[in-house]
Design a protein. Structure first.
Length: 262
C-alpha cells in the first residue's frame, strides 16, 4: 500500500540509499531540506530541524516519518524534539528511527546523544519503530581513507567492528516504513565481526597499497567500550555484503551490482 513518507536527512549517505527504495515501492516521498531545491522524482519541503521552522508544513498529511538527519552530536536531541513536536501536532504519524547498536551501554558522546533521541521517541506517544545497526562499511573505509598519505595505517588496538552495508540497512528501513509501528525491532549487524587490524589489511589489499598496519592502544572510557564490544551484535549478523565486497564495488563506481542492490 502506498504511503506518504517524509524523510529527514534524505541527502545523506543512508538517505541517498533509502529514498530510491521508497519510490520504487510506490510511496509518495517528501524530503526535508533547509533550502529550496529543483524538483526531482520526489518532493522537497523546506524546514529546519534546529529551529522548528517549516516543520508543520513538512509533516502535514504525512503517514510515516523516517528520521535520518544527524548533526553527529547533541544537536540531534534538539532536532529530534522539534520533529516530535511537529509530528504530534500533525496527528501522530509513524516515526521510524535508525540508531546504533549498544548505545545505551557506551560512553561515546555521540552514542549518548542517540540514546537520548531514542528516549524522546519512546516517550513521545507517537507510534514508533527503532532499528539499531552496526557501523557502516563507509565509515570504516573513510577512517582508512583519511590516512592515505600516512606512512602507516593506524587502528585502535584490540577493537573489532561488524560493519554493515548502507544499502542493506536501507532495505530494512524501507520494509519497516511500509509496515506497522513495531517499537524496538531486532538489531542489524554486518556479516562478520572482524578486528580493526584485519579490516585495515583487507582495505590495503583491495586498494592496492602496501604499508604497515599499526595497532594503537588508546585511552578513555569510549575506547574501553569499543574494546568490550558493546557496539557488536554477532547474534544478528544479518548483512550479506562483506567489507571486501563493499570496497570492490566502491572501486567500480556508480552502477556496480552493489549500487543496484544485487
Amino acid at each position: 500500500m502506498s504511503k506518504r513518507v517524509l524523510v529527514t536527512g534524505g541527502t545523506g549517505r543512508l538517505g541517498r540509499a533509502l529514498v530510491p527504495r521508497l519510490l520504487a515501492a510506490g510511496h509518495e516521498v517528501r524530503v526535508l531540506t533547509r533550502s529550496e531545491r529543483a524538483p526531482e522524482t520526489h518532493d522537497w519541503t523546506v524546514g529546519d530541524l534546529r529551529t522548528g521552522s517549516g516543520l508543520g508544513e513538512a509533516v502535514a498529511d504525512i503517514e510515516v516519518i523516517v528520521h535520518l538527519a544527524t548533526t553527529n552530536g547533541r544537536g540531534d536531541i534538539t532536532a529530534t524534539g522539534a520533529l516530535i513536536e511537529a509530528a504530534q501536532a500533525a496527528g501522530g504519524p509513524h516515526l521510524v528511527y535508525p540508531s546504533i547498536v549498544g548505545i545505551d551501554h557506551h560512553a561515546l558522546g555521540y552514542y549518548r546523544a542517540k540514546a537520548e533521541c531514542e528516549a524522546l521517541i519512546q516517550h513521545s506517544e507517537l507510534p514508533w519503530t527503532i532499528l539499531r545497526a552496526t557501523q557502516f562499511h563507509d565509515l570504516i573505509a573513510e577512517i582508512f581513507d583519511i590516512q592515505r598519505w600516512a606512512p602507516v595505517l593506524a587502528v585502535p588496538a584490540k577493537v573489532s567492528f561488524q560493519p554493515v552495508d548502507v544499502l542493506e540497512v536501507a532495505d530494512r528501513l524501507a520494509v519497516l516504513a511500509e509496515g506497522p509501528p513495531d517499537r524496538r525491532v531486532p538489531d542489524m549487524g554486518g556479516p562478520q565481526v572482524r578486528p580493526a587490524t584485519d579490516l585495515a589489511h583487507a582495505y590495503l589489499r583491495v586498494v592496492g597499497r602496501r604499508r604497515p598496519v599499526l595497532p594503537v592502544p588508546l585511552p578513555g572510557r569510549a575506547i574501553r567500550d569499543f574494546r568490550a564490544g558493546v557496539h557488536l551484535t554477532p547474534e544478528h549478523a544479518d548483512g550479506r555484503i562483506t567489507f571486501e565486497e563493499f570496497l570492490a564495488a566502491r572501486a567500480e563506481g556508480p552502477g556496480s551490482a552493489r549500487d543496484q542492490g544485487l
